[in-house]
Design a protein around this ligand. Structure first.
Ligand SMILES: [Zn+2]
Length: 514
């Protein structure tokens, strides 16, 4: 009986406690639900307010431009085969002379009023003297050379690569996007400004190198031009070269009708490094457990398994923030917390090669070499690795990295080719603001962001005489079209050519003013 009473009491106590627990649980669930509700409401308000900063900008001036003339000239310029080559002797310099003659004939005002200097072999310097020689000049860059058409792919072109065919929608040919479009756009704008009777305050330099596409060579046209200017004591206020463009961004339900205008403020470094392993070699009928190639396989694995650290740079964070503010409201409910999401986002970036290259120095294993015959053991096996270094990572750092991560300490390391990463140009300079504002004025739906250029340009050669170096071509074209650059069916949409001329004219007007 006592036991029964005790059990009953215990059961009541349990029930009581259980009920208490339930009440407690209900209360805490209610509190949690309330807290979540408040947080969700706060997040909803935050997402609604998480919009791009509004800026009042005047629309672009009504510049007089002649697109038909630009089209005709671009077609003709594409027909001139200014193909560069690592071996200077293999370059057809007569074609470069043809391009120079074409410029002289086509732009009579440029010829008459700008001072022209040829820096050998075929680099062009045009100086438009301003009214205020006490101010630092500005420079607009362009390269005259183009890459060749890969042998065997000529027939894949819809229109032959050196015909400059204009079908009313596109102008087709090698250089249509990289970068006779840009080079001629600069010349057309200059000619038009001269026709308008415009006089710049600062000197305006047009600097056209002759071998940007093979710049890893000892010969470097842009560097020769820079040295020529440096000797004359010129210090440039700003440089505008190729690089970014105005790309439409449309992802259903995520981002609608926007454009991404990336202004390149720096570029990655480049290095081809050979790593070799030596062995005894000999007849392949009596092989050791691992030949030099077997040893090399471990070296390659060590290098690939130790990728460089990934990190969002300050500019990358700015880019993420700008894009996050421009997505649709439902997506902004997430992206408004972009700062908190960055560590997770970085992990995702690391997994996707086109994104990973934006956040780290990349390691591309590209070539291997072993013995010269199938029945000979190699005495030396080597691998070539192509690194694209983030600013701040030098070629010496790359070599030190290899030494550190490869367990085999008997390796031989040779730097075959290298170009250091550029400095990063400021985003608070007068010239950056002019470019950025012009992008926004040209396209009110543009998200204008500074970014790191993955490839190389001539621009970084001007670092000794300029701090404000920007890479932007004012051409509005689909990213898929941009991928034709250096490839088959390179072509420029005619629809983007008018805005480009307005941009170049406006840039020269504004940047050359005090
Ligand atoms: Zn180019």
């Amino acid at each position: 009986m006592f036991f029964l009473l005790l059990l009953l009491k215990y059961s009541i106590l349990c029930l009581y406690l259980f009920e208490k627990e339930l009440i407690l649980m209900k209360t805490s669930t209610k509190i949690a639900a309330c807290a979540l509700g408040v947080a969700a409401a706060a997040n909803a308000v935050h997402a609604a307010a998480f919009r791009p900063k509004k800026q009042e900008l005047a629309p672009l001036p009504d510049e007089k431009v002649d697109v038909d003339r630009y089209r005709k000239h671009l077609s003709r310029a594409i027909q001139i085969k200014t193909i560069s080559n690592r071996e200077s002797d293999l370059v057809d310099w007569a074609e470069f002379q043809k391009l120079q003659d074409f410029i002289d004939e086509t732009y009579p005002n440029v010829k008459a009023k700008l001072e022209k200097t040829v820096v050998p072999p075929s680099n062009l310097v045009f100086r438009w003297k301003g009214t205020r020689s006490d101010l630092d000049p500005i420079a607009l860059l362009g390269h005259q050379d183009v890459v060749p058409v890969t042998r065997g792919t000529e027939d894949d072109w819809v229109h032959p690569p050196f015909e400059g065919f204009d079908d009313g929608e596109f102008i087709w040919g090698r250089g249509a996007l990289d970068m006779k479009n840009h080079l001629l756009g600069v010349l057309e704008a200059t000619e038009a400004l001269l026709e308008d009777g415009f006089e710049p305050e600062r000197d305006v330099y047009l600097l056209f190198g002759d071998n940007e596409e093979v710049v890893a060579n000892d010969k470097n046209g842009a560097r020769d031009i820079m040295n020529y200017l440096k000797k004359k004591g010129v210090h440039l206020d700003c440089v505008l070269d190729e690089g970014g463009a105005m790309l439409p961004v449309d992802v259903p339900h995520v981002i609608n009708g926007k454009y991404l205008a990336g202004i390149g403020i720096g570029e990655k470094g480049y290095a081809d490094i050979e790593v070799a392993v030596c062995a005894k070699g000999g007849h392949s009928s009596q092989p050791p457990k691992h030949s030099a190639i077997g040893e090399l396989a471990d070296v390659i694995k060590d290098i690939e398994n130790h990728q460089f650290k990934s990190k969002f740079s300050y500019n990358m964070k700015q880019l993420l923030d700008s894009v996050s503010r421009n997505v649709t409201y439902p997506v902004r409910l997430v992206t408004c917390n972009i700062k908190a999401l960055q560590p997770a986002l970085l992990q995702i970036f690391k997994l996707i090669p086109p994104a990973a290259c934006m956040v780290r120095t990349t390691t591309g294993v590209t070539m291997t070499q072993g013995s010269p015959a199938a029945n000979v053991l190699p005495q030396r096996a080597s691998v070539t690795i192509n690194f694209r270094a983030m600013p701040g990572v030098t070629t010496d750092d790359l070599v030190a990295h290899i030494r550190k991560v490869v367990r085999n300490k008997d390796i031989e390391i040779n730097v075959l080719n290298s170009k250091e990463a550029s400095k990063m140009s400021p985003t608070d300079s007068r010239s950056y603001k002019i470019i950025s504002d012009l992008c926004s004025r040209m396209e009110p739906n543009a998200i204008v962001v500074p970014y790191l250029v993955m490839g190389g340009t001539d621009a970084c050669n001007y670092e000794p005489i300029c701090e404000n170096i920007y890479r932007y071509g004012p051409f509005k074209a689909d990213a898929s079209l941009m991928l034709c650059t250096h490839g088959t069916n390179e072509r420029i949409p005619i629809a983007c050519m008018k805005e480009a001329l307005v941009f170049f004219k406006s840039f020269i007007r504004e940047a050359s003013a005090e």
